[in-house]
Structures are given as structure tokens and as C-alpha cells.
Design a protein around this ligand. Structure first.
Ligand SMILES: CC(C)(COP(=O)(O)OP(=O)(O)OC[C@H]1O[C@@H](n2cnc3c(N)ncnc32)[C@H](O)[C@@H]1OP(=O)(O)O)[C@@H](O)C(=O)NCCC(=O)NCCS
Length: 166
């Protein structure tokens, strides 16, 4: 199957909310548990905030249902920080290992270049070997460590920040 990215629009908010609920229950590597995912209203405002460059939101759908997402935001509109952009990606477990994560990363890089972003950042659990491997494949390097960053099944886990300099 050929997977294609499409820009998300505010009308995708319900679909996005359902996707977040799904992956919240599938993996410990997103920041929310199942049913703690961003509300429908939060999804609407997230999509609203990504309407304008350099922010963006893309998804991949299978039979109309969102199965992967990419969202990115600049840290601040101020000139001193306008060169930086944070992003987050997620793929539903059923679709892991099919190259979708790589497709999302290629989009992150091409959108960043288009918007004159020179530093792309993210935070990831140190236990998320699959994601770290993916980020390293695209040239991201480790910048810092966040101790006791997330509480997963009663255990405090360490997060790491990574960056790609364009
Ligand atoms: C991390 C994630 C986005 C990867 O997506 P994916 O669609 O499986 O990624 P791909 O199929 O493109 O594989 C990307 C790379 O991951 C690495 N990878 C794949 N399977 C792996 C495994 N079992 N163990 C370690 N690394 C693995 C490889 O380097 C692979 O690249 P290659 O096939 O060119 O060698 C996906 O697993 C996911 O959404 N996980 C849950 C949410 C999450 O962790 N989000 C990121 C939070 S920071």
C-alpha cells in the first residue's frame, strides 16, 4: 500500500481525537494514557493553530481513519526563537515498520527547510529505541537529558531531547 500524507484541517478534529485515544492505549511513548488524550476541543484548537506557516499538521488515513500524524509548532513567534520548531509524530501500532515514520520525518525536514527553520527539536523517552533509531537515521543528535520525566506504570522514566540542525 502507498501511504500519502495530507494536511489536517479543523474538520479532522474528531478523527484526530479518536486517533489520539487509540495510540494512548497502544504505546507508553506518547504523553497521555488512553482516555486522557487531548479533548475534541483541544484537537480543534491544535489544528487551528497549525493553519499558518511555519506550523503544520499532516496525517495519513486508511479507509478514512487517521493512522498516523505529524504536528509541528514554532516555540515562539519572537525573532530570537523563530528559527526553531518542535514536532511530534505518532503511528498506530498496526502500521509500525512500514516506512510511515520515515515518511513523516522526510516531511518534517522538507517543511522546516521551506520555512527557514534551522533547528528542529523533540523530546523522546530513552526507552523508545525505535523512535531514537528513526531520529538518528535522519541526523538528529542528543542534546540533553530530563531525569524523572514521565511516570509509566509506577516507574519514573528519563527523557532525552534531540535536535537536527539544518
Ligand atoms: C516511532 C514510530 C513513529 C516509528 O514509526 P514506523 O512507521 O514504525 O517507522 P519506520 O517503519 O519508518 O521505521 C523507521 C526506523 O525505525 C527503526 N526501527 C524499525 N523497527 C525497529 C525496531 N524493531 N527496533 C528498533 N528500531 C526499529 C529503523 O531504523 C527504521 O528505519 P529503516 O527501516 O530504514 O532501518 C512509531 O513506532 C510510533 O508512532 N511509535 C509510538 C509513538 C511514538 O513513539 N512517537 C514518537 C514519540 S517521541
Amino acid at each position: 500500500m502507498i501511504y500519502e500524507l495530507e494536511p489536517m484541517i479543523v474538520d479532522d478534529a474528531k478523527n484526530l481525537h479518536e486517533f489520539f485515544n487509540l495510540i494512548g492505549g497502544e504505546t507508553n511513548f506518547v504523553s497521555f494514557e488512553k482516555f486522557e488524550s487531548p479533548s475534541l476541543e483541544a484537537c480543534k484548537s491544535l489544528l487551528d493553530s497549525t493553519k499558518e506557516a511555519p506550523n503544520y499538521a499532516y496525517c495519513i488515513k486508511d479507509k478514512g481513519k487517521i493512522i498516523a500524524t505529524l504536528t509541528a509548532n514554532t516555540r515562539s513567534g519572537r525573532s530570537r526563537e523563530r528559527h526553531k520548531s518542535d514536532f511530534g509524530i505518532g503511528v498506530s501500532k498496526e502500521y509500525w515498520g512500514k516506512g510511515i515514520g520515515s515518511l513523516l520525518m522526510e516531511k518534517v525536514i522538507s517543511e522546516s527547510k521551506k520555512n527557514f527553520i534551522s533547528k528542529i527539536t523533540l523530546k523522546v523517552s530513552e526507552k523508545n529505541a525505535r523512535a531514537i533509531k528513526l531520529y538518528e537515521k535522519y541526523g538528529f543528535e542528543i542534546e540533553g537529558v530530563y531525569k524523572k520525566d514521565t511516570l509509566i506504570n509506577g516507574i519514573m522514566e528519563t527523557g532525552i531531547s534531540m535536535a537536527l540542525f539544518l
